[in-house]
Design a protein around this ligand. Structure first.
Ligand code: DGY
Length: 321
């Protein structure tokens, strides 16, 4: 009987995904869902042929250098791969895959939730009712920013950006976007292309970030760029915290330069800046962009499809390095 490939699975995955893992691989699961330290990760990978991690495990160049020689693949349970030093993986001959497509709808739904929650003061309202602090109704009570008919600027018209552009049609938003290159008409969803990010900012009553975190996009939204947005704009981030200069964002939310922000992602998660919790005009979620039952299953199956292909000697569909 041929030996099953050993797969180290770093977090507790949905039952259906783990069932397939156990059926097809010698799966080293993590039933307690405890977070690996870098040392723990290297030790746990001792006899593994592949690792199936989440974005919560950081594969720095140092960690990758220390991985046992038997590890041939890192099949991420995420679309983002900023937690993996791709160059170091490539140099060590480890292939890396991700899980695109399957989380676009769920993440775009979360962007919609952040957009509406920020504009219509969803967090404040919920807290008032939940803590029984709601005492009255008056015409000036909890008044927010109307969304319908406003201009939405999308930075990064990849899968999630495009899905979000489609979904906001229901709100009659006028969509503008910045991307490395313009999309063809079918994909652009009637959105207006801006070759320069600064030109997009100038027309964005709402700005939503949908690009990957790379050295080039680090602090993409900084004080200078916030200053180019219309007064009272609303910022949404469901991509990665590293895209935003959080000092600049907090200052703009405090001063009222920005009306509000809806955030699902932060630097240094889950230890977010305390200022965010102190500000009323920020709607906060705990990195739940892809957190639906359907999507979390689909992410696992997609990661497994990639591993299956790799171990069968075929090219994994979602190879990124
Ligand atoms: C992703 O897939 O990148 C999500 O942020 C969860 O990791």
């Amino acid at each position: 009987m041929s030996r099953k490939s050993v797969v180290l699975v770093t977090r507790k995955l949905p039952d259906a995904v783990e069932a397939r893992l156990v059926r097809d691989y010698d799966a080293r699961l993590n039933p307690d869902d405890s977070l690996y330290t870098p040392d723990g990760l290297v030790a746990a990978a001792a006899d593994a042929d592949a690792i199936l991690p989440c974005h919560t495990e950081k594969f720095t160049a140092e960690v990758i250098a220390r991985l046992p020689a038997g590890v041939q693949a890192i099949a991420n349970y995420s679309v983002g791969v900023d937690h993996v030093d791709l160059r170091a993986a490539k140099e060590k001959g480890i292939i890396v895959t991700n899980t695109p497509d399957v989380l676009s709808d769920a993440t775009a739904e979360t962007a919609m939730l952040c957009l509406l929650g920020a504009a219509r003061r969803g967090g404040e309202g919920e807290a008032l009712v939940r803590t029984q602090a709601w005492k009255d109704w008056s015409p000036g009570f909890m008044v927010g920013t109307q969304v319908t008919g406003k201009r939405l600027g999308i930075v990064g018209m990849g899968r999630v950006g495009r899905t979000f552009a489609r979904k906001v049609q229901g709100l009659d938003m006028e969509v503008h976007y910045h991307n490395r290159r313009p999309l063809d008409a079918a994909q652009a969803c009637a959105a207006t292309y801006h070759a320069e990010l600064d030109d997009l900012l100038a027309v964005s009553d709402f700005l939503s970030l949908h690009c990957p975190a790379t050295p080039e996009t680090e602090n993409l939204l900084n004080a200078e760029r916030i200053a180019r947005l219309p007064q009272g704009a609303v910022v949404v981030n469901t991509a990665r915290g590293a895209l935003v200069d959080e000092d600049a964002l907090i200052a703009a939310l405090r001063s009222g330069r920005l009306a509000a922000a809806g955030l699902d992602v932060y630097r240094n998660e889950p230890n977010i800046r305390p200022e965010f919790s102190e500000l009323d005009n920020v709607f906060l979620l705990p990195h739940v962009g892809s957190a639906t039952h359907e999507t979390r299953d689909a992410m696992g199956f997609r990661a497994l499809d990639n591993l299956d292909a790799f171990f069968a000697g075929r090219a994994p569909r979602d190879r990124v390095a």
